[in-house]
Structures are given as C-alpha cells and as structure tokens.
Design a protein. Structure first.
Length: 401
C-alpha cells in the first residue's frame, strides 16, 4: 500500500483545512447555542462558498455534480472535515444523504434519479434513512415489524421507527419494510421511497439524545407510518433486495464515518495539547509538565496513528479487493476507531477540567454526540462477534503447531 498523497489531494486538503479553520470553527460557539433553523442561512452561505471553490460533494460522481473522489481520497477529505461538526454538512457529503445518494445512483430508476438524486447531491433537499424500529433490535435488522402491503398500484406502509436521523425537514425517507414475508429472512424486506408529506408519515418527535432533541439536520426522529400510501414505482431496487442494498450502503459509509471520527480525534488532540501547554498549574509549571498528562498525550498520539493506518488500509483493501474481501478490515476499524475517538475526546475533556464540560469548546458536543459511534452502523459487540466467528472458522479444519 502506497501512503503517498497525490499533489492534487494535497492541494484539496490544504484548501479544505483552511476553510474549516477560517469559516467553520469560528461558528461553533454560535452553533452550540442556536437551533439548526437559526443557523441554516449562515450554513447555506458557507455552502455557496464551497460550491464556488468547486469543493462541493467530494464523494459523489462527477456526472452527478460531485468531485468524484475515490474512497481513499474522500477518506482523507472526511478526516479534514471531521474536525468541525459542521464540516460534512457544509461540503455536501453528510450522512445520511451521502449513503442515500449512493444507493439511488446504483439502484434508482431514471425517474427516481431525476426526482431525488439530483436535488440531494445539489443540497437543495435532504433525506433520511428509516430502518431501526422502536420495539425490535436494530442489531438483528431482519427482525422488522414494518410492512409494505401491495394494494392496486400502491404500497401501504405501517410501522413504528425511531432514530431516523435528520427526518425533521427531510423531503423523503428511504424506508425499510417487509414486502415478502414468505421469503427467507434476508429476502423479506425492501427499500421504499416515502415523501415526508405523504399522509400517514407521522413524525412523532425528535428524540432527546443526551439532553438535546436538536432540530432539522441535527436531530433523530421517531416516526409512525400509519397507512402511508405510496405508488409501487417508489420501490428502490428489486423487491426483497432491501438487506442486500443496505449492506452496500454501509461498506463505504463505515470508511467515511471512521475517517470523520479521526478528524474528531485530531481536533480533540490539538485542543488537549494546546490546553496542556498553556494551563498554568503553578509558578513556571503547566499541565504539560505532569507525567500523567504526558502519558495521555503519548497514548492518544499512538492510538490515533494506529487507527488511521487501519482505516486507510481498510479503504485500500475495499478498493482493491472489493467489499466482501475487506469485511474483516471494516469490522475492525468500526470498533477500534469508535473506541479510540471515545478515549481521545474523554482525555481531552479531562485536561480541560470544568471548561471541558461547557459548550465553550467543541469537546462537550463531541462527547455527547459521538458516544453513539459505538452503537450505530453495528454496535461494537456485533462487529466483534462476527469478526471473531469468521476468524475462528478459518481454524476449524487446519492444524496449527
Ligand atoms: C445517534 C444515532 C443515529 C442513528 N441513526 C439511524 C438512522 O438514521 N436510521 C436508522 O434506521 N437507524 C439509526 N440508528 C439506530 C441504530 O442503527 C441502532 O441503534 C443500532 O443498530 C442498535 O440497535 P438497537 O438500538 O435496537 O440496540 P439493540 O439491537 O437492542 O442492541 C443493544 C446492545 O446489545 C448489544 N448487542 C447487540 N448484539 C449483540 C451481540 N450479537 N452480541 C453481544 N452483544 C450484542 C450491544 O452492546 C448493543 O448496543 C441510529 C442510532 C443512533 C444512536
């Protein structure tokens, strides 16, 4: 694996880092106290600047108006943008739109692409992904209660979902629902596009997460689908192909998430080191002189470096060997990077003392919002169990001396 970053990417990363430092980080104090709705005009102005700089939608194909970066290249961009909670949104490569656009590009009909894909990539509308249910384990997603029953030329959808991120203000949801109950578990569900103004799409509430319900893009909704009727042409991909498509959506998405988390690690690490060097603890002594803090700095530096190399390797493996062959690498990075991020953010917050608990730095935001990294897109334990099973299987029929 070659770790050289091309000249093109070095130039792109320099521009992005400068933009994050100059235009986004100064907005974070305001962002911590205002709603998304209040921030939206400012964020839209920043988005226009990004478009003018031709750095918009780095992950999306050129033919759809993106920059067409490869997985590794976009991973590096994601790391740079992850330094601010506003980065991905302002550059048009934010979840869940990024994943939804990917599956629409791969599986959408011509009409679906025109109606939904083009405006998402352009940033004119937002979307959400509605799979997890209130009463059933997201860790075993084949257990789904939501149904989509055919009625004439329509589907009638009923179900109770939650954690549908960014549903508030989204134009449509991609809903996972059982369409073929007679099939084996992995072939029972389909993805169906549901415009959020369809009668029967009921957004019950934005769920309070660690004390913050949020709004707009920065929220997670509970949704009741009650006799929600959409035409059959809103089926995305084949009937019963929901889980196959979901797997495709998660693979590259995990690389993007992990690189974003590394961006968070880098920012938290910078804040930690800066604070340690400048916090006077006595005459001529700063926090940086304390051996415990020095150990945290060394441990965090090494863990970030190890995690980063693992993610770049996983992205490279996915690009060169394909998703299936890179399954082990992807499982590993998902839990290693999520835990590294938890630890680095926690240590950075600790070094800041009382200040770390306030919203005067971005650390408290990271601490609240990013704990979820160990739960979504497969909880730590799910990845560990499936990775261990695959590894152990290889030892069943060989002898080792
Ligand atoms: C911030 C956030 C955003 C999200 N966004 C979305 C979204 O946009 N769309 C969407 O559909 N969903 C979303 N989710 C839901 C997420 O995908 C689920 O929370 C996740 O799949 C876990 O499902 P669960 O919450 O039902 O936990 P459960 O499945 O009930 O699992 C609970 C715990 O059990 C343990 N566990 C599970 N399986 C095993 C195992 N095999 N062995 C050992 N232990 C195990 C794990 O510790 C796990 O955390 C989001 C969640 C969060 C927190």
């Amino acid at each position: 694996m070659d770790f050289t970053i091309s000249e093109k990417m070095q130039a792109i990363l320099a521009l992005i880092n400068e933009f994050v430092d100059r235009e986004l980080i100064p907005l974070e104090r305001e962002f911590a106290t205002k709603s998304f709705a209040q921030m939206e005009p400012t964020l839209n102005a920043k988005r226009d600047m990004v478009k003018k700089m031709e750095l918009w939608a780095p992950n999306h194909p050129v033919e759809y108006g993106g920059m067409g970066l490869t997985l590794v290249e976009h991973g590096l961009v994601s790391e740079a943008l992850g330094r601010s909670p506003l980065g991905h949104y302002v550059f048009g490569c934010h979840a869940p739109d990024a994943g939804n656009a990917e599956i629409l590009a791969l599986h959408g009909s011509k009409e679906q692409k025109e109606k939904y894909l083009a405006p998402i990539i352009d940033g004119r509308i937002r979307s959400c992904f509605s799979m997890t249910e209130v009463d059933l384990p997201g860790s075993n997603p084949v257990m789904l209660d939501t149904t989509a029953v055919k009625d004439g030329g329509n589907y009638v959808i009923n179900g109770h979902k939650w954690y549908t991120t960014a549903a508030d203000g989204a134009k449509f949801a991609i809903v996972m629902a059982v369409t073929n109950p007679e099939q084996p578990p992995y072939l029972r569900a389909s993805m169906i596009i549901v415009p959020t103004d369809t009668p029967g799409f009921n957004l019950v509430r934005n769920i309070p997460v660690m004390g913050h319900a949020g709004d707009g893009y920065f929220s997670h909704a509970e949704i009741l689908y009650q006799n929600c009727v959409v035409p059959q042409e809103n089926l995305l991909g084949g009937e019963g192909h929901g889980f196959v498509i979901a797997q495709e959506r998660l693979g590259p998405g995990r690389i993007h998430h992990c690189m974003r988390w590394l961006g968070i690690c880098n920012r938290a690490f910078d804040l930690m080191c800066h604070r340690a060097c400048h916090r006077q603890m006595g005459p001529g002594k700063t926090l940086a002189s304390k051996q415990i803090v020095q150990q945290w700095v060394a441990d965090c530096a090494a863990k970030i470096q190890a995690a980063r190399l693992m993610v770049l390797h996983a992205a490279w493996a996915m690009e060169t060997k394909g998703h299936k062959e890179a399954r082990d690498e992807v499982s590993m990075i998902k839990f290693v990077v999520a835990n590294t991020m938890s630890e680095v953010v926690d240590k950075a917050l600790q070094v800041h003392g009382g200040l770390g608990m306030t919203d005067d730095t971005v650390l408290a935001f990271f601490f609240r919002h990013e704990r979820a990294a160990r739960i979504y897109d497969g909880a730590d334990e799910v990845h560990k169990v499936s990775l261990a099973r695959r590894i152990l299987k290889r030892y069943e029929n060989i002898s080792v001396r």
